[in-house]
Design a protein around this ligand. Structure first.
Ligand code: EPZ
Length: 423
């Protein structure tokens, strides 16, 4: 199995080009099911999760060509509406095919995604949304089996009692080809949701209130969508934030290219709290300049535009070397602290009480063998390893490969001593 070997305490320097956002690309790929014509997606990140979803679409009967960060997808001849266990168990986001399959083909069955390393992650809100639109939903032998009325899904008022990114995306896609108007109240406002809504508009649905928590979708009444222009995936705000954390912890000046600066504002604010400054910002580039000594930081995760849970682990790694104790409260997922014990193996001094982590500062981190537990936890270990004295070996990096595009290649270009090895 592959592992990463990192020799720490080397300064980084230079420019890094941020890839397309995995979490934006996944719903865009799912949304191609709503069309019976070619759809071109550009700036796809070269990561395993994207390949997994494309594989699922192929299994459903779609034509898929994928090369060099671009895909042509044609869902004219879809002949199956079943997302099987073998795929869904590899990637929970496969649930995103539920809404579009149901909307276009009036039926869908998707293997029930289980919990995962960061929490239970139920899908009750996805199901409530499609039920409100007239679907009949049953659980049969581990599958969610959903059927729309003969005349198709109907517009409805969906009130989410919790903000859910995937739930909002599924509701949007289900509503896109429904009959009538769907209102989604307490919708997620993440940039990835915004891009999906914009894509649906390009295809002929009409989504109003984009970027707010109240969305109104005028469905096409059964007419498939038609995406005439290629769609370019937005930059990955979490990848951008991860590289900023790498710059901060190694006290290195790094320039990020191809970012959307608005999407990373809370990350920038927290790094400023830690003493970092930012030079030459434009809407798509930014240079981080770390201070002489990093300062403590206090973070509470929240839905967008709040501080992203997907950046929590990376900041925890940086905070290990701050001047005073930092506090991080995780409010979205109940078990997103698996990186704590691994960071402590590197010499960190982190204490957990419920959903709050207290990060006591240490003078240095020291290389060790550690294990990646989920995607963002893995990148936190890379961040810590870059600053640790000696060599760190990070195992189970298949988690990293799911969501970071050519991580070690990008880091090597910045001067990091990082290599992928096989054990
Ligand atoms: C998306 O997951 C992201 N994944 C996650 O990124 C991210 O951490 C999360 O949003 C929050 O920002 C993708 O976009 C593919 P949610 P999602 O539904 O949609 C609860 C990464 O590292 N909930 O917004 O699954 C849920 O348990 C990944 O890239 C219900 O209770 O997250 C959680 O506590 C990890 N019932 C909260 O809502 C439901 O039906 C938010 O989850 C759905 C969710």
């Amino acid at each position: 199995m592959d592992y990463l070997e990192v020799e720490g305490q080397h300064k980084l320097n230079g420019e890094v080009v941020i890839s397309g956002a995995k979490n934006a690309a996944l719903p865009l790929i799912a949304a191609t099911i709503l069309s019976d014509k070619d759809v071109i997606l550009k700036n796809l990140p070269d990561v395993v999760d994207i390949k997994t979803l494309l594989k699922l679409l192929k299994m459903l009967g779609a034509e898929v060509e994928y090369d060099n960060h671009q895909a042509r997808i044609n869902c004219a001849n879809i002949n199956s509406t079943k997302a099987i266990y073998e795929i869904v168990s590899q990637m929970r986001a496969s649930i995103l095919v539920l809404g579009p399959l149901l909307s276009r083909f009036k039926e869908a069955s998707v293997s029930l995604p289980g919990g995962c390393a960061i929490g239970q992650r139920p899908i009750d809100l996805h199901l409530k949304a499609i039920e409100a639109m007239g679907a009949e939903v049953k659980l049969e032998q581990g599958y969610v089996v959903a059927k729309a009325p003969q005349e198709g899904l109907r517009g409805a008022k969906i009130i989410f009692d919790k903000v859910t990114v995937g739930g909002t995306e599924n509701a949007l896609m289900a509503a896109a080809m429904a009959n009538g108007v769907t209102e989604i109240v307490n919708a997620a406002r993440e940039p990835e949701v915004v891009q999906l809504a914009q894509m649906l508009n390009m295809g002929g649905a009409k989504v109003e209130g984009i970027g707010t928590s109240k969305l109104k979708v005028h469905g096409t009444g059964g007419e498939p969508l038609h995406f005439k222009e290629p769609i370019e995936v937005i930059p990955d705000r979490i990848e951008a934030g991860t590289y900023l954390c790498m710059g901060a912890i190694t006290y290195s000046e790094l320039t990020l290219k191809n970012i959307n600066i608005e999407h990373i504002q809370t990350t920038i604010d927290k790094l400023e709290d830690m003493g970092c400054s930012f030079e030459n910002p434009t809407s798509t580039t930014l240079t981080i300049k770390p201070p002489k000594q990093l300062k403590k930081v206090n973070i509470v995760t929240a839905e967008y535009p709040g501080f992203p849970t997907d950046m929590q682990a990376q900041f925890m790694a940086v905070a290990t070397l701050a001047d005073e104790e930092s506090l991080i409260e995780e409010r979205l997922f109940e078990n997103r602290f698996m990186h704590v014990s691994e960071l402590n193996r590197l010499g960190a001094d982190i204490w957990l009480k419920g959903n709050v982590a207290a990060i006591k500062p240490v003078d240095e981190l020291i290389g060790a063998d550690v294990m990646a537990t989920d995607l963002r936890a893995s990148s936190a270990l890379v961040i810590a390893a870059l600053a640790a004295k000696g060599t760190t070996r990070i195992r189970r990096i298949y988690h990293l490969d799911r969501g970071y595009d050519r991580l070690e290649e990008k880091l090597q270009k910045l001067g990091a001593k990082i290599v992928r090895k096989k054990s």
